[in-house]
Design a protein around this ligand. Structure first.
Ligand SMILES: Cc1cc2nc3c(=O)[nH]c(=O)nc-3n(C[C@H](O)[C@H](O)[C@H](O)COP(=O)(O)OP(=O)(O)OC[C@H]3O[C@@H](n4cnc5c(N)ncnc54)[C@H](O)[C@@H]3O)c2cc1C
Length: 390
């Protein structure tokens, strides 16, 4: 059946011409502009401001935002390609773009009212960094145990509480923030709000000093009688739990892409080094022990790519993808940690120093098993879906 064969994509990881072009552009940008800054940003623990401006100029902060709002009008799959390519150079760059696209813009696009879209999407596409604020000191995996309170007073909600671990918070102008309008209602009280940095009573607090993704800001948020106009409720009051669950389901594919980029970045350095480093009179890539390690890593990276791309394609196709997204994140973070750790070993003693790039990949890989649902939480989602509650 040659006609049928022609219609089939040549591989599950095959890209369209447009996707190839997009990927190549992001790759070139990541090589020329991101990679040279990665080490210094990691050391200082600060993300380069101009780099964020360049993300906006390239359309990377509004990939799925329709052109009518100034966005790139692309697909979720392109956001995934961008996160992968940026993370190959620097995982912090990857997460800045990831949170903006897969969580913040995504929530606004899906649940924003026409007025909210008109008001916020052009800003998100052009110049405003976004954050997604769900976690608190006492509620991480058990996210719906959150304590931040929202009380309706006149035309405003008044928010009180603290959020912890909020990515992009230092740079952000807009926050999708979850609070409860009725603690006695449990998860059915949870409501999503669009909070602007300038709203009275809102402060960005302490910035964490982290093991990895050090350039990406992670901060506490403090809400003290923070007044949020009633029209800034995203979706319906009491339906925030649905927004949180569904955005995070999609976001997890983004973290899978970030970890895919980290694994690739570390692997590429390991291969190059193995082909240069000489011991016993030959390059270490001649030793079968090293060859097998490189082959195993390449195989695992390919498996991650299949999981991540497939979950992203399913999301774009509008078919259920929750299990696939959880599997992609779970496995990608395991592989990123394993591959970057082996890359250090292939570098020998040099790999253990900050003079060489591989130790950073290993530090950056660790977060993949923690945020947007720990590995245990992914396993719990997968178990529920494969066991069908039995
Ligand atoms: C760098 C960084 C950036 C972050 N960015 C954001 C952000 O932008 N927005 C945001 O809202 N949050 C963010 N987070 C928070 C992150 O999502 C939480 O840290 C994560 O969900 C885990 O919650 P926790 O830290 O409270 O750990 P806990 O929930 O206390 O978990 C501790 C351990 O117990 C295990 N555990 C918990 N419950 C179960 C269970 N039922 N079964 C089995 N094991 C279980 C976990 O797997 C983990 O190993 C970020 C965190 C970090 C570190």
């Amino acid at each position: 059946m040659p006609e049928l064969a022609l219609q089939q994509p040549p591989a599950l990881t095959a890209l369209t011409d447009d996707e190839n072009l997009f990927r190549d552009n992001v790759r070139q940008f990541a090589e020329e502009k991101v990679r040279p800054l990665a080490r210094e940003m990691d050391e200082k623990g600060v993300f380069d401001k101009e780099l964020i401006e360049q993300f906006f100029q390239l359309g990377l902060m509004g990939i799925e935002i329709p052109e009518q709002y100034g966005g790139a009008g692309g697909k979720f799959f392109e956001a995934i390609l961008a996160v992968e390519e940026l993370s190959r150079a620097d995982a912090s760059a990857g997460v800045v773009v990831d949170v903006q696209n897969t969580l913040v813009n995504n929530a606004l696009l899906r649940w924003g009212s026409p007025e909210q879209k008109k008001r916020y999407l052009p800003r998100m596409a052009a110049a405003t960094v976004g954050s997604y604020a769900l976690s608190e000191a006492g509620s991480g995996s058990d996210a719906f145990a959150l304590q931040t309170r929202a009380e309706l007073k006149g035309s405003d909600y008044v928010l009180n509480g603290r959020k912890l671990w909020i990515t992009n918070a230092k740079e952000a102008g807009v926050f999708i923030l979850f609070a409860t309008v009725d603690p006695s209602a449990g998860y059915k009280g949870i409501t999503a709000f669009i909070v602007e940095k300038e709203f009275p009573g809102f402060t960005v607090g302490k910035k964490e000093d982290k093991l990895g993704i050090r350039a990406s800001s992670t901060c506490e948020l403090v809400l003290e009688d923070c007044r949020v106009p009633r029209e800034n409720v995203l979706g319906d009051a009491g339906k925030g739990y649905k927004i949180a669950i569904e955005t995070l389901n999609e976001g997890r594919i983004g973290i899978g892409a970030q970890m895919l980029g980290v694994a690739r970045g570390a692997w590429e350095y390991a291969v190059k080094y193995a082909q240069e480093r000489k011991q016993f009179g030959q390059t270490i890539s001649h030793f079968q022990g090293i060859q097998f390690q490189i082959a195993q890593m390449a195989t695992e990276i390919e498996a991650v790519r299949l999981l991540v791309y497939n979950a992203a394609r399913m999301k774009d196709a509008g078919v259920p993808f929750v299990k696939e997204a959880a599997m992609a994140k779970l496995f990608a973070s395991q592989v990123a940690e394993r591959v970057s750790s082996l890359a250090i070993e292939i570098y020998g003693g040099y790999g253990f120093t900050k003079d060489y790039p591989v130790e950073k990949y290993w530090r950056d890989s660790k977060i993949g098993k923690i945020y947007e649902g720990t590995s245990n939480m992914q396993l719990s989602t997968i178990a529920k879906l494969v066991l069908g509650g039995k």
